[in-house]
Design a protein around this ligand. Structure first.
Ligand code: GRF
Length: 212
């Protein structure tokens, strides 16, 4: 499964995904797209030798579709991408676009809920836990069906920054799990995050292998 990752910022989720997919024949990051040429994630991709592209106009579906066709992309991951996906792209890639959000949706989602705004709202709400959510992207911002979540505690004395750090570590486990769960069918599926390492890609037994 050829994955395109869309980013607007530093790209730590991108880096975690690249690391998790290294050596995996079932899914690969084939393209990284940003709406900003100076996004840290663009540099992450370049260092890894992954093709990058910068959207000239993120609202223009033809630009998205040309890139996705050119790089034979099967599956799209939004990892800190702050622009809306054009409807035509959502329709063409129905069931094949996921987003990661730094809270337990449906709480703390929607317009304006990004970055530290989310963690400030969680602390102001007095919640005992927060976490990360991977959801399907539909035409309604942050409202597509939830596919998987990772929970973390909110600790006494937490600041938005300390909570963000704990949630980010959970995101780095959750996003690769979502992509690996989608790989066999090429479509996003509900999944459960476990502590176990992802199952190795099923390979045909090597001829002449001896089995004890
Ligand atoms: C993450 O918190 C993600 O959940 C949100 O944007 C942030 C991106 O961080 N959508 P990074 O660029 O992956 O480091």
């Amino acid at each position: 499964m050829r994955v395109a990752v869309f980013i607007s910022g530093r790209g730590s989720n991108l880096a975690a995904l690249i690391g998790a997919l290294r050596e995996r024949p079932d899914a690969t990051v084939a393209l990284v797209v940003s709406n900003r040429p100076d996004a840290g994630g663009v540099e992450v991709a370049r260092r890894e030798g992954i093709p990058t592209a910068v959207l000239q106009s993120s609202a223009e579906p033809a630009e998205w579709l040309a890139l996705l066709d050119q790089w034979r992309v099967d599956f799209v991951v939004l990892a800190g991408f702050l622009k809306q996906v054009p409807s035509r792209v959502v329709q063409r890639f129905a069931g094949r676009i996921i987003n990661i959000h730094p809270a337990l949706l449906p709480k703390y989602g929607g317009p304006g809920m990004y970055g530290l705004h989310v963690h400030r709202a969680v602390l102001a709400g007095g919640d005992a836990e927060s976490g990360a959510t991977v959801h399907l992207v539909t035409e309604r911002y942050d409202e597509g069906p939830v596919l998987g979540q990772a929970r973390v505690p909110v600790l006494p004395g937490d600041t938005p920054e300390s909570l963000a750090q704990r949630v980010l570590a959970a995101e780095h486990r959750l996003l690769p799990a979502a992509v690996l769960a989608a790989a066999p069918s090429g479509t996003a599926v509900p999944f459960v995050l476990t502590d176990a390492k992802p199952a190795p890609f099923a390979q045909r037994p090597t001829p002449n292998a001896t089995h004890p």
